[in-house]
Design a protein around this ligand. Sequence first.
Ligand SMILES: NC(=O)c1ccc[n+]([C@@H]2O[C@H](COP(=O)([O-])OP(=O)(O)OC[C@H]3O[C@@H](n4cnc5c(N)ncnc54)[C@H](O)[C@@H]3O)[C@@H](O)[C@H]2O)c1
Length: 347
Amino acid sequence: MKIKWGVIGCGGIADRRTLPGMMLADNVELVAVMDANMDFALKAKEKYGAKYAFDKAEDLLALDEIDAVYIASPVAFHTEQTVMAAKAKKHILLEKPMTLTSEKSKELADVCAENGVKIGVGLMMRFHTYHQMMKKLIEDGKLGEIVSMRAQLTCWYPDMPGNWRQAKATSGGGSLMDMGIHCVDLLQYISGLKAKEVASFSGTQIFDYEVEDGGSIIMRMENGATAYVDANFNIPDDAAVCKLEIYGTEGSIFAEGTIGQVEGGNVRVTICGDQGAYNAAQERQATNSYIMEAELGNMYTKEVAGFSDAIINDTVPPVTALDAVNVQQIIEAAYESNETKKFVEIK
Ligand SMILES: NC(=O)c1ccc[n+]([C@@H]2O[C@H](COP(=O)([O-])OP(=O)(O)OC[C@H]3O[C@@H](n4cnc5c(N)ncnc54)[C@H](O)[C@@H]3O)[C@@H](O)[C@H]2O)c1
């Protein structure tokens, strides 16, 4: 069985990543595309072989033959379009952040439940094969108890007057809301630990726009471990390797380049086992390490295929709206901490 899809907002990430990924999923058929800019819609129709192109979401949503929509418009349009899609009884895969505030995002989850449609969120980095393997190592206890973690995502995002991401009212936040959100989600997902308390610094250091161009978050996890997230719009793309580090009492995972839009990167795993007594020699040996190896795929294909499977089998989507609301609450807590100079609890 194939789920019939419509895409709302098909000229940005949808064209760069999600539609190419969607084309590789075997339980998916693309039916229609829509963009506020009709040229983008027509281009996507041609490029991906859709039957219809529209410049109004209501026209796409009026099609009976569509089962599900992927919404990848700018964040400020997510609420209106998600509510319209839910009322049209379409299942929804919604890009992150779900909408401008966690409170409104929770309301979207409720609207979908009331209308009997599924909603999933585009935190697709969970689908990276190495991230799944890291999660399994931790679940199997190979790293012992997790004590410390770090995740980093950066890009170069200079001033672009009128850009929706650079104004709070249309983005909900800057580098932390846009990219830190993936890092927070990954650390919680891979470790299986929830953040309970947050401290953060962020600000606009290099550029002139309203939202932060860089920031860091420290989270105290439910088991007492600390986790550090850094997300910057002011570091050249070639100058950062988007590190992911996880340390436990019996080993570590050290990754470069796995956080990003392409399934790739390098991961070194070190498994030391029970450490017993203090070793005054403090010798560090690499003999317990190996490089993770696996066949890599396309995170966007797995994201769309996974959500389609959840519709076909009537199961819970792989990335739920409530997971995404929780991560957005953590980002908002970080903004509050930066402003009040206090730690903020996550309830
Ligand atoms: N998961 C990821 O890998 C990833 C990466 C980038 C962006 N995103 C998310 O995707 C969403 C879009 O980001 P982007 O980078 O593609 O933005 P973008 O500005 O590059 O592209 C947005 C597209 O939506 C169109 N558009 C504008 N107003 C619209 C409307 N009212 N209805 C429909 N289409 C409209 C634009 O013409 C454009 O084609 C955001 O939520 C963003 O956070 C996710």
